[in-house]
Design a protein. Structure first.
Length: 205
């Protein structure tokens, strides 16, 4: 799947429009360029290892809108009611991505670092590796997050971090399933954090 998207769909011109078949929040169209840059699973600097880690840790229930979508498809895609949009978070300036994930940029995280929990979902070797980690970040690898989410407090927002923003996007899904209301993904992950010159602990120059 990763190779098919990266080698075929992403080989199309940036301006080529893509119409999502399964989106219930009104984000009906995107572009190859947008997905190539910002898709949390497949875009940006996400590698095949990031993608497989993300997909292997999906814990998706039966699609909640399936009973709405199938009849709607039989009526030329017109559902009986309009989708209900999520309320915008107020604890920070967040962007709702095309993948349906709330994201915060590095500057926003730095600005609110004292008010949030920074959750790093990489593996320990990555946490201590060349990219380093954000000061005060709590390490819980993605594969362990569902069983260890109670190590986080629910009275402060959680910002999930990984290498490129793919695994951490999945972490926000896991946390929401566990009942955490205020969660966001660090857009671009540690690669963007370092590229924009924000401070890290450990790592290499």
């Amino acid at each position: 799947m990763f190779r098919s998207v990266r080698e075929q769909i992403f080989s199309l011109p940036d301006a080529c429009l893509l119409y999502a078949a399964h989106d219930y929040r009104g984000l009906t169209v995107t572009s190859v360029g947008e997905e190539r840059r910002f898709n949390p699973r497949l875009g940006g600097e996400a590698g095949e290892g990031d993608f497989t880690g993300y997909m292997r840790n999906l814990r998706l229930a039966h699609p909640k809108k399936m009973d709405v979508a199938v009849p709607a498809n039989l009526k030329c895609g017109r559902p009986e009611t309009d989708p209900v949009a999520s309320e915008d978070p107020t604890w920070a300036h967040l962007k709702y991505s095309f993948a349906g994930i709330w994201e915060i940029d590095p500057h926003g995280l730095e600005e609110h670092a004292g008010k949030v929990q920074i959750l790093d979902v990489r593996e320990p070797r990555e946490f201590e590796g060349p990219l380093g980690h954000i000061r005060g970040a709590q390490l819980i690898p993605l594969a362990e997050l569902a069983d260890r989410s109670d190590e986080l407090t629910r009275d402060r927002p959680v910002v999930a971090v990984c290498r490129a923003g793919s695994r951490s996007a999945q972490a926000t899904v896991i946390l929401r399933e566990a009942g955490f209301a205020d969660v966001a993904n660090l857009a671009g992950g540690m690669l963007r954090w370092r590229a924009e010159g924000h401070a890290v602990e450990g790592g290499s120059a």
